[in-house]
Design a protein around this ligand. Sequence first.
Ligand SMILES: [Zn+2]
Length: 70
Amino acid sequence: MADQGTETERREITSQILSSRREALFEIDGALKKINQGKYGLCERCDKPIGKRRLKFLPQARYCMKCSGV
Ligand SMILES: [Zn+2]
């Protein structure tokens, strides 16, 4: 009985993780393609290095800080 609430909560959290993971997978797939092309870590817009700190934080980043508008 006491577990019912937790179970629902867990299901909700799991579906949230799954939906955000699907998007992340798409991004990671793009990042892997860029690694193959030797372009990983470069901004897709200005071709400048995205920056190690940003990549550490967001490994699938496609744009540099400036271009992503953050
Ligand atoms: Zn850029």
